[in-house]
Design a protein around this ligand. Structure first.
Ligand code: NAI
Length: 303
């Protein structure tokens, strides 16, 4: 059955180009009223232009409803104003896709502290600010779908992207607490790790691959993750028509006997401490202490 977004109001940050534009166009095509947020920055965050207005024109030309918003996600008062205007025009906010971002790549040795700070500010703090600005509205409505944009760099690492990776894993962390806090108000929060040919990644892809990794193939996963039947607390990867999931797991580890709770004891039991044969996926941080208590009750691990 077709998945519709009729009667939904969606905000997509950084939607003036690349992935955000593709999400906004498809949301518009599927009936959502879309706020196209973007301040029109270049890839490193400098400069300004009216790219949001251009995407709005595209949505409207295709028969949809949209409004442009040129606010920066890093300014909380601007995010509040964006939400206030959206509510005024369309009565609510049901969907937020946190997608805005920039790059300031350099090896950590050469990275300026200011470049670390700015990248974390736009990706992590910006997503937290946009989400916070929508949160009360979503709670009042008893409906919210929030998507964070992470990256393989955050989840697994990438040379030259310490600032970006720290911010991106932070977003997966933000998802993991917000999904718990939003659950009773039907707010679902997920994380997407896309791979797409955009200006952000243009040097990465040979020309052939550039066509394969279309933003539209990522859009399918992004929109599912903000649909009525979306899961919550999922981390989903998407690129070129391949979709997968990523998990934060833990093992049960080892309970060491009191006399073995030493540096040497940890070294001797390292293989058991790292044994992944009984990995599981905790649903909340408290499960770490639960597992510890269970192991303590069972007594020292043999071997
Ligand atoms: P893009 O550079 O085409 O789009 C990012 C947009 O964010 C730009 O239009 C920019 O003007 C806007 N923006 C920057 N700072 C802003 C601010 N302070 N407030 C509002 N808007 C702002 O890049 P792309 O590839 O579409 O990236 C979208 C998201 O996906 C980003 O969060 C990026 O980190 C993430 N991502 C992309 C991957 C890819 O393969 N393209 C891989 C992993 C993650």
């Amino acid at each position: 059955m077709a998945i519709s977004f009729t009667n939904r109001v969606a905000i997509v940050t950084g939607a003036g180009g690349g992935l955000g534009r593709a999400y906004a166009l498809e949301l518009g095509r599927r009936g959502a009223r879309v706020v196209v947020n973007d301040l029109g920055a270049s890839r490193d965050g400098s400069g300004r232009s009216d790219v949001a207005g251009e995407v709005v024109e595209e949505i409207v030309a295709a028969g949809g409803e949209a409004m442009a918003n040129g606010a920066s996600v890093t300014e909380y008062d601007q995010m509040e104003e964006m939400v206030a205007r959206t509510r005024e025009a369309w009565g609510g906010v049901h969907i937020l896709i946190n997608n805005a971002g920039i790059l300031r790549d350099r090896s950590f040795a050469k990275m300026e502290p200011a470049d670390f700070e700015l990248v974390v500010k736009i990706h992590l703090i910006g997503s937290a600010f946009a989400t916070k600005a929508c949160w009360d509205t979503m709670r009042e409505q008893n409906y919210g779908r929030v998507l964070m944009t992470a990256s393989s760099t955050g989840l697994f690492g990438n040379f030259g992207q310490a600032n970006y990776g720290a911010a991106k894993l932070g977003l997966a962390g933000l998802t993991k607490t917000l999904y718990l806090e939003g659950a009773k108000n039907n707010i679902r929060v997920n994380t997407l790790a896309p791979v797409a040919a955009t200006r952000m990644t243009e040097e990465m892809f040979p020309e052939q691959a550039f066509k394969l990794f279309s933003p539209e193939s990522v859009t399918a996963a992004a929109l599912f993750l903000v649909s009525d039947d979306a899961p919550t607390n999922a981390i989903v990867g998407a690129g070129a028509g391949v979709y997968h999931s990523v998990w934060v797991t833990m093992n049960r580890g080892a309970c060491l006997a009191p006399e073995q709770r030493t540096v040497e004891g940890v070294a001797e039991h390292w293989a058991t401490i790292c044994d992944r044969s009984a990995d599981f996926v905790p649903q909340a941080g408290s499960e770490q202490s639960q597992v510890i208590l269970e192991l303590l009750q069972a007594g020292p691990t043999s071997g």
